[in-house]
Design a protein around this ligand. Sequence first.
Ligand SMILES: [Zn+2]
Length: 260
Amino acid sequence: MQSQVEGIVIRTMPYGETNKIVTLFTKEAGKITCMARGAKKPASRLAAITQVFTHGTFSIYKGRGMGTLQAGDPLESLRHIREDIMSTAYASYVTELIDRLTEQDEPQPVIFDMLYQALHAIDEGYDPEAITLFVEWKMLQAAGLAPTLHQCANCGATEGEFAFSFQELGFLCHRCFHIDRYIIRLSPALVKLIRTFYFVPIERVGSLTLKKESKSLLKQIVRTIYEEKAGIRLKSRKFLEQLERTPEFLPKKEELPKDE
Ligand SMILES: [Zn+2]
């Protein structure tokens, strides 16, 4: 059976001398894996279309077992991602996270849209760290970790000061701070920011300028949730953290203190 899908290459693995196993995140069918015969040969017509982060239409033949990629047409190359090491590192982190949190052959159009928009935003030069944070907060739900962020996780209050509690997986209001010894106190601006990351569609990320410290704290919280509650620690995170500690790779742009 022949099918035509729109998708983004999220992972490739060499197979034998000349083949690649390609994982696509598709609009129609969710995550699918297929064999691209000969794609490792530079002259192959499948060589370019099977590069990671390529967005295109793919023609797949599916008999029994793994499908075979027969042809593909790029819709765009997203080449800026590959030209900049920081963008590559963040985009790899995003695709690995989505790969880890999704099952094969399960249509998930919302996640496809988010992946598409995240890679686009990184390609267009938006702050890749902020885009990555968006994806991390948004994907919590797909990981079965839905934090309580619209109200206090203990008493349901919506007014007051808030802190983040790993124990309660969500916000606690000041009246309930005592139930968890290890809360992280949050300024009203950070509470708002976390809600933005979790509830607001990713399209609106472009208008945000975030302080370095805010990003670090939000990153620590969300990555701790993944680690502690789901045991997820990504391979690409290590590379990203090394880059983040290496100042010459960092963008030279001035940070605009604006969000608080
Ligand atoms: Zn409360």
